[in-house]
Ligand binder design. Structure first.
Ligand code: ADP
Ligand code: MG
Length: 579
């Protein structure tokens, strides 16, 4: 349990403030997380890591020389919002581009992914390497579906050292990918963990037992076992990992015995001794092992074993010196401190004053978002019920929260005389941050993509509308990776874009194009009833969903119709005032 706090709701932020205060030598607090407070070389790649809080020393404790340049820190066990990742990455960037690296969890993928799109759109070359080391979370032929646990450390360490050595973004990315491919972990839990302020643990393990393959948030394990001896536990972890070797494994490994929060160091060391003997017996040579708490899970009782199968290149970077609040290795020549105020300013993109056309467009953008808000409110209950058929029933409330926040933020930005691009970026950020859920992150990214596509131009025409719609669609498919037929909003979005493109090519006025495209989306949304879900939360209950339309497709079509209608009204009004 957690004893020391004022308000459980602000626990993560309050703890991060204190962490930064205690570690000014290493880090500076910026909006959304922390960045390295020591100087970096001009053009040095910035490794930006992150994820939910509650995993210390992951992630903020790994920021410093030879490791990460910044960490975006979400709430307890919750992904940082895209805006947080974006701001930390901007502050961490030194002109060499950004590598985002984090454990493979749906929320993180969406939020970091949205930040990546935005950073790239602003000209900051940004790439992503997901950590997927947990062998219990998916079979060996589905490496990309595995989640990230203590293997975070090996991937971050290799990438951070490569960045410090001055390698290019291409090389840092390649090495991080290789380190991830060659990192395999397996963990066990003896008891659950409790969020600050909560009465009950998130999960529990039967007394006298352990659960094999439990994740770092209490995700279900693969099997329960009576509590083994240390030697038996060592054997179980080692034998499972040796069966899950990467190709070209070689015989040199970095080994990490990681404590998840409340296992004593003496116990970890005892286990490490047994593991080392077993690895030796298997003909392996251990290189610079780690034994301690490196990626924890609040007060969870558990341990994990990680093996990084080295080659020469990986060994160089695994062994390189580093100096961070929680991870130190070798001798690092101390570097001067950076101007903390400057870092905080770098987190925000500079704002250009809008052109006349962009300023004029901003009131239209607000009106369209208001129309979206009205139609979502009108159908909120219905969308919730639709999502309850096979999902979790929150699509109505999620869309409502998102569009409410977006329309409010847009209204405010427009009142501050921002152009349409700023208005939509602010709206997209607010939508993703407040909605929660998959659809919120997707809609938020879509709006931000529209903003970047529209930009701050001298004039706008039908081609710009088509480009904006296509940018919306590309953001959603790039982030969500859903394809036609998966039964998601993409099944309404693709026909929408198809009609949009055809009508624009035909020279139709934007108002007619919007109406025709919305019609295509509405038809397609209705047709999703016959599909079986292949993405998102509805997938496990696929059978139940057949015969019912996809809620995300329906809400998209409703909004498309409302936009078309409002655009028509705005155009008519404009024509009347011109007469
Ligand atoms: P959650 O699924 O997180 O509860 P919502 O209920 O708000 O979020 O949204 C559910 C909708 O999100 C689905 O009906 C589907 O249309 C859409 N969706 C889910 N996953 C994806 C994806 N990967 N790509 C596109 N749309 C998706
Ligand atoms: Mg839902």
């Amino acid at each position: 349990m957690t004893r020391i706090f004022d308000d459980p709701a602000s626990f993560a932020d309050d703890a991060l403030d204190g962490f930064a205060a205690a570690n000014r030598r290493y880090v500076a607090r910026v909006d959304g997380g922390v960045v390295r407070s020591t100087e970096m070389d001009e053009g040095q790649v910035a490794l930006v890591i992150g994820g939910g809080s509650g995993h210390y020393p992951a992630f903020a404790g790994l920021v410093g020389q030879g490791l990460a340049a910044g960490s975006a820190c979400g709430n307890m066990f919750a992904s940082p919002a895209a805006g947080q990742v974006y701001r930390v990455a901007r502050a961490a960037n030194n002109g060499g581009g950004v590598l985002l690296s984090y454990g493979n969890y749906a929320g993180d993928v969406l939020h970091f992914g949205q930040a990546e799109l935005r950073l790239n759109a602003e000209g900051i070359d940004t790439r992503t390497v997901l950590v997927t080391d947990d062998i219990a979370s998916a079979p060996i032929d589905q490496l990309e579906n595995r989640r990230g646990i203590a293997g975070d450390l090996t991937v971050f360490k290799v990438a951070g050292a490569a960045a410090e050595a001055g390698l290019s973004l291409d090389d840092v990315e390649r090495l991080a990918r290789k380190a991830n491919y060659r990192t395999r972990s397996l963990g066990v839990a003896f008891d659950g963990c409790t969020l600050p302020g909560a009465e009950e643990p998130l999960f529990s393990v039967q007394p006298g037992h352990m659960s094999l393959g439990l994740g770092i948030h209490g995700e279900p394990g693969i099997s329960d076992h009576p509590m083994p001896t240390a030697s038996e536990l060592a054997d179980l972890l080692v034998s499972n990992l040796l069966e899950d070797k990467p190709d070209d494994a070689g015989s040199r490994v970095a080994a990490i015995v990681n404590g998840l929060g409340t296992v004593k160091y003496d116990e970890l060391f005892l286990l490490y001794g047994r593991i080392e003997a077993l690895l030796g017996k298997a003909g392996l040579e251990i290189v610079e092992p780690e034994c301690g708490e490196l990626v924890t899970s609040l007060d969870m009782a558990g341990v994990s074993l990680t093996l990084l199968w080295l080659d020469d290149e990986l060994e160089t970077y695994w062994s390189a010196p580093a100096d961070t609040p929680a991870f130190r290795k070798g001798n690092v020549a101390a570097r001067a401190h950076r101007d903390v105020q400057e870092l905080a300013t770098a987190a925000e993109a500079p704002v250009e004053p809008p052109t006349e056309a962009a300023a004029a467009l901003s009131s239209g953008a607000v009106a369209l978002l208001e129309a979206a808000r009205a139609v979502v409110i009108e159908h909120e209950d219905e969308l919730g019920k639709m999502d309850a058929v096979a999902g979790d029933g929150d699509h109505g409330i999620g869309m409502r929260r998102g569009v409410d926040a977006a329309a409010d933020a847009a209204g405010q930005a427009a009142a501050d005389s921002a152009g349409a691009d700023r208005v939509l970026i602010t709206a997209g950020e607010a939508w993703a941050e407040k909605a929660g859920g998959t659809s919120g992150a997707l809609w938020g990214s879509g709006l931000i993509a529209v903003a970047h596509s529209l930009g701050n131009r001298e004039s706008y025409g039908p081609e710009d509308a088509l480009n904006a719609a296509s940018a919306f669609s590309a953001a959603i498919t790039n982030l969500g990776k859903a394809e036609a037929g998966d039964k998601t909003m993409v099944d309404a979005l693709l026909p929408y874009i198809e009609t949009f493109t055809a009508r624009t090519r035909n020279g139709d006025p934007v108002a007619d194009t919007l109406a025709a495209a919305a019609g295509a989306a509405t038809d397609a949304a209705a047709e999703t009833a016959s599909l079986r879900p292949k993405k998102g939360r509805a997938r496990p209950l696929a059978e139940k969903s057949i015969g019912h339309p996809d809620p995300g497709a329906v809400s998209f079509a409703l909004i498309a119709e409302a936009l078309a209608h409002t655009f028509q009204e705005l155009t008519t009004k404009k024509e009347q005032t011109h007469e």
